[in-house]
Design a protein around this ligand. Sequence first.
Ligand code: HPA
Length: 260
Amino acid sequence: MSIGIIGGSGLYEIDGLTINNEITLSTPYSAPSSTYKIGTLGGIELVFLPRHGVPHAIPPHKVNYRANIWGFKSLGVDKIIAVNAVGGISKDLAPGTIVLQDQIIDMTSGRLHTFYDAEKVVHIDFTNPYCPEMRGLCIAAAAAISLPVRTAATYICVNGPRLETASEIRFFSQNGADIVGMTAMPETSLARELEICVLGISVVTNYAAGISENKLTATEVVDKMRNSTGLIKKLLKAFIPTVTETRSCPCKEALKDAGL
Ligand code: HPA
């Protein structure tokens, strides 16, 4: 078993992770965002990849999601913890809130979003985009350390790199979105196509456009994420040791009956 962690804006390394190896991969889909750092946290093996590269140079619409996910698979990772920075659409999702999202609305376009665009026709089930088993364990871990987290939320994924208009956010809100970000897709569905479980942890870094009067800035997003890494690390430390080797979730057989 190996657990992968994808770090988002402001999370470029996991402090406390003892690095044993750093691997540069080339994949059939070209280069991933960075080298994969292999290490241990509390004795458990982890593989870390910063989604936007180091330094932060790859914008969300240019991340090579296929290479990143294929790279994890080739390193034996079967569970990914994806950390994202998001804007809070619901008023009760104030900056600093940690969210374990359970649903996605995909508004992206023009991104290379599948591994199955050549010989095989495959339609994976994506009714529940996040691994129910990992979500359950993480919710229990947060409760065990009394860390307040929002345990369900719909993440609407936009292309970016611009932020949204106030009307777009109002529209998203009316259609059930709780948080907005630029990176969960196609990352999450690509992992499902390779039968990798995904847990999505978001940090609300700002109120989305029009929810607060303040002008939104990219620096605010990264600063808030940096300030929240202590809480993320605390959650990961409690959660990761509870992850079991065996998987009893549907993610592990996502390709069963998915091909034509
Ligand atoms: N919108 C889109 N993506 C984001 C935001 C936002 O307000 N904050 C962090 N990522």
